[in-house]
Each structure stands twice: as C-alpha cells, then as structure tokens.
Write a protein that binds this ligand. Structure first.
Ligand SMILES: Cc1ncc(COP(=O)(O)O)c(C=O)c1O
Length: 362
C-alpha cells in the first residue's frame, strides 16, 4: 500500500523562514528583520480594525469593492482590474498557479524575493535564477534567458533584499525584449517609498500591455503585515483568471476595513515616508563610516556588505542578536557576506549603530 504523495516539486521547497522576533534570554528585542513599517500602523487603521469586531460573524464582502475603488481613485487605476489578496504572497502564488505548471520555467533575478522559487516549485515548474549585474537586475540577461518554456518573470522593483531598482525606461526595454507569452509580474511591494523621478511602479505598463501585472502590499509602508493584505493590478483577462481561482472570501473584513482607513490616512503615510527616508540616509551614512558597503538605493531596508577582511556578517549578526538586535542574515538569498537591516524608529537605529560601532571597533 503506498502512502499519499505530494505533487512533484513540493518536497524540493525549502520552507520560508521569516525574520525572528525573539531571542532566548533577552527581554527587550529590537526587530529590524522583516521590513515592517517603522512607525507601526495608522491609528485610523487600528480603529477601523477594532470596529470590525462587532460584525465578525459576517462573511467579508468578497469582491473587496470599496477597497478596490479607493485604490483606483488613489492611484488613477481601473478598479475592475484590481484583485485583492491575502498579502501579495497569495497573489504571486495564484499567478503562478494560473500561468505555470510542470515543465514550465518561472524566471526571477539571482537575489530575488524567496517566494518566487517557492511558488514555482509548488506547481512543479522550474525556477530560473538569472544572474544580476552587481546586485541590479540584468535586463539583457533576462531577455536572453527567456525561452518558449518561460511562462512568468517575477521582478521586484525595487528589489528585496538588494534595495536596488530599475528605472521605468529599463522596465520598458525589458518588456519589449521578452517574448509576448511571458507574463511580466512587477512586484512593487516597496513602491511607496520611492520618490526618484525615473522610477515608476509599473501600473502604466499594465494599462498599455496585456502581459504585465503589478503587485502591491499593505505590509510595508502601511505596516499591516499581520493582517495580510495585498493587491494586483492586471490586464482584464488576467484579473478574470485570478478571480476564478481565488477563494471567494480570501481577504478578511478587518483587513479590508483597516486597509481602506490606512490608504485614506495620507498624512500619516507621508510622515512614514519622510521619516523612513531620513533614517535610511542616516543609517546608510553610518554604515559607510563603519567601513561597510551599502548597495541599497531606496526602500525601508539596507543591504549591508561586510568586507572580506575584518569581522564577518555572521559573527556580527550573532553579536547583535546577543544584544537583542534582530536583523536578517542573507545566506538564503545567496549573500552570506551581507546583513539586511530594516529601517525602524530613531531610537532603534541609534541603538543598532552604537552596538555595531562597539563591535566593529573592538
Ligand atoms: C519584494 C516583496 N514582495 C512581496 C512581499 C510579500 O508581501 P506580503 O506581506 O504582501 O505578502 C515581500 C515581503 O517582504 C517582499 O519583500
């Protein structure tokens, strides 16, 4: 008698390990490991969440209409082509389920977000990590690698964990160079943090092309990671496909209500953006003074590279942890000489820099 067997690919998945939140024996920790919003959620979002507790016996409004309308209004989009998900992870996964399968290839960049290969393996497709150019997505290499079996290209812009981005002109050159049958998924999880004029989130390209999707999240600048809320802006045929596939109540009512309130609290989002930018620049400067390399340009985190001589990323991470400072080791992203540090509050960044100074100067 043979036992139940999972489908091919699933047992090849290395389980995603999120940022730690506790250090045994340390009471007070500072968590700078998961790119969560520095100042926490908007109080308006928290109030909206609490209000939903009175009607928790009711199913959510399954089409997320109010939130989609508000997103369309805020970003100048077509609400009928927005699909909401339980975090953008769910949307990335549904796109993979819909467009790739056994024998297909799902491309991503060398140091791309780990959920891309996980989703690909989950449907029995082969994830293809395309080498980067000095921690930047390499448009020419991606175009060259895309073949008849390539069904999806996931590109985070800006990318996590490198913190680098491609300008709009390069994304357009990429789309033009890829075969038409490849779905280009621009994962713009950190778009709200980018104010560079040559950057675009990808929504215009979605309006212009039938083979481009943009995904977004409420987990970063809106700091609602615990609620699981994301959205995708799609060509109408893709939105139709995802709507067929998704669970009818895939987003909870507290998530819908809090997301709407967070989106409407523009003043708070602006405050978070300015705050994050200020402490991003300050922390980056401090890291450079400490002799560390920081390739990251934008976002709410810094990739910090340790020089081959001197203390390694690994021992530094252990020291920081002993002080209750949790940052992210980068072995699973193929960057063992780096740590990723989320931008938190001023006191948290100062505590981190003080500890790093103490350790690296020893
Ligand atoms: C590039 C990128 N995409 C997607 C996600 C997932 O976000 P969500 O919380 O919406 O699932 C993350 C989370 O860290 C991310 O860094």
């Amino acid at each position: 008698m043979s036992l139940p067997k999972p489908k091919p690919g699933i047992l090849d998945i290395s389980v995603y390990v999120g940022g730690e939140s506790e250090v045994p024996g340390v009471d007070r920790v500072i968590k700078l490991a998961s790119n969560e919003g520095a100042l926490g959620p908007s109080t308006k979002a928290m109030e909206a969440y609490i209000q939903e507790t009175e009607t928790l016996h009711r199913y959510p409004e399954g089409s997320a209409k109010k939130l989609r309308d508000a997103l369309a209004n805020a970003y100048g989009l077509d609400a009928s082509r927005i699909v909401c998900g339980s975090g953008s992870d769910e949307l990335l996964d549904m796109l993979t389920r819909a467009y790739a399968g056994v024998g297909d290839e799902v491309m991503h960049t060398e140091h791309g977000f780990l959920m891309y290969p996980i989703s690909a393996k989950g449907v029995g497709a082969t994830p293809i990590a395309v080498p980067e150019n000095n921690l930047y997505a390499d448009v020419d290499a991606l175009i060259k690698r895309a073949g008849k079996n390539t069904k999806i290209l996931f590109l985070a812009n800006p990318n996590n964990p490198t913190g680098t981005y491609l300008p709009d002109s390069e994304i357009r050159r990429l789309r033009e160079g890829l075969p038409q049958h490849v779905l280009l998924v621009i994962d713009a999880a950190y778009a709200e943090y980018v104010s560079c004029t040559d950057y675009s989130s990808g929504s215009k390209l979605v309006d212009e092309c039938d083979n481009v999707v943009m995904t977004r999240t409420f987990s970063k600048i809106f700091a609602l990671g615990g609620l699981r809320l994301g959205w995708a802006y799609c060509p109408s045929a893709v939105a139709d496909v995802i709507n067929r596939l998704r669970g009818p109540f895939n987003v909870t009512s507290p998530a819908l209500a809090a997301g709407l309130a967070a989106l409407n609290d523009v003043a708070f989002t602006d405050e978070v953006r300015n705050y994050t930018e200020k402490w991003f620049d300050w922390t980056k400067q401090q890291m450079i003074i400490l002799g560390l390399e920081v390739p990251s340009q934008v976002g709410n985190f810094l990739l910090v590279r340790f020089p081959p001589t001197g203390k390694s990323a690994k021992v530094t991470n252990e020291f920081l942890k002993s002080r209750g400072l949790i940052v992210r080791g980068m072995d699973s992203y193929g960057l063992p000489d780096c740590l990723r540090i989320t931008i938190g509050r001023e006191d948290e960044m100062r505590a981190l820099v003080d500890s790093l100074k103490e350790f690296l100067d020893q």
